[in-house]
Write a protein that binds this ligand. Structure first.
Ligand SMILES: CC(C)NC(=O)[C@H](Cc1c[nH]c2ccccc12)NC(=O)[C@H](CCCC/N=C(/NCCC(=O)O)S[C@H]1O[C@H](COP(=O)(O)OP(=O)(O)OC[C@H]2O[C@@H](n3cnc4c(N)ncnc43)[C@H](O)[C@@H]2O)[C@@H](O)[C@H]1O)NC(=O)OCc1ccccc1
Length: 232
């Protein structure tokens, strides 16, 4: 069905990191059951209580840096696909963890940002971070005081590299969505973009997502089983 030169675009969400020990957002016991999205993942929430937002992301960052949190078989299979597929494989993730990179994925877009990076609210400089972030942190580049925020895309903010993503969706022969519930836009609209351009669309998830009916093919089950089997 696919020609070796064909482009493949893959979208991943929190479900692919679940079996690595990282919580999803909307499943039972998920992140948004514990904290209000409006308080910790919006610019308004940050303006209201930056300490609360820093605590939220510092906790997740420490969780990500735990020794037992590492890429799983699904992350590994996608890195292998990128290495072995003769055509281009672009991996677009909504996840802010670094498990795709640790698995070896390179042609990767973090459309919602990265937990191990901070950004200056004044000059936009981006720095790598592994320790806690707080309102005390100043910008090493422009010296702005207390302006360092998590380099993540909050609700109401424009996701990253949207142009490059739409260009690749417009020329993809295969679009695969893995471990996402299809609730958050514009990511939830990518399947429609891919379909419009004639791509074959596949959903790999634990259960049907909001956009399940838009996929040509659906395979349900844990990612660590479904993704390696699909890549094989
Ligand atoms: C809630 C929703 C209604 N709101 C939005 O979508 C909003 C508003 C909006 C825009 N357009 C719309 C159109 C209609 C309605 C609303 C909107 N969108 C925005 O504000 C976006 C910005 C959204 C980004 C917000 N930031 C996040 N995160 C970063 C921070 C952080 O992480 O803290 S979103 C957050 O939700 C994303 C989606 O969640 P999922 O990854 O899908 O996780 P979820 O828990 O929901 O699902 C997990 C799935 O995995 C499955 N699963 C579980 N275990 C496993 C397993 N083991 N194996 C396989 N699958 C598994 C489960 O079954 C489940 O289906 C996450 O990735 C995460 O990034 N910005 C924007 O639109 O800018 C303008 C614009 C417009 C056009 C074009 C460009 C720009």
């Amino acid at each position: 069905m696919l020609k070796p030169s064909d482009r493949i675009v893959i979208l991943t969400g929190a479900g692919i990191s679940k079996e690595s020990g990282l919580d999803t957002f909307r499943c039972a016991g998920g992140v948004w059951e514990r904290v209000r999205l409006e308080d910790v993942a919006t610019p308004e929430g940050y303006a209201r209580d930056p300490d609360m937002v820093h605590r939220f992301y510092n906790d997740r960052r420490r969780g990500l840096l735990q020794a037992d949190v590492r890429p799983n078989a699904a992350h590994d299979a996608l890195a292998r696909l990128e290495r072995e597929w003769p055509g281009e494989v672009l991996l677009v993730t909504q996840n802010i963890d670094d498990l795709h990179e640790r698995a070896g994925s390179r042609n990767l877009i973090h459309m919602h940002g990265e937990l191990l990076k901070a950004r200056c609210g004044v000059c936009g400089a981006i720095t790598e971070i592994r320790a806690d972030l707080s309102v005390e942190d100043d910008c090493a580049d422009c010296g702005a005081v207390a302006e360092m925020r998590p380099h993540v895309v909050w609700f109401g903010e424009m996701p990253l590299e949207m142009e490059r993503i739409y260009q690749n969706l417009a020329t993809s022969a295969l679009f695969v969505s893995i471990g996402t519930s299809g609730n958050v836009y514009p990511a939830a609209g990518f399947v429609q973009e891919a379909r419009i351009n004639g791509a074959h669309t596949v959903e790999l998830n634990l259960e049907p997502s909001e956009g399940a009916t838009l996929f040509d093919e659906k395979i349900y089950g844990p990612a660590t089983g479904a993704v390696p089997a699909f890549v094989e």
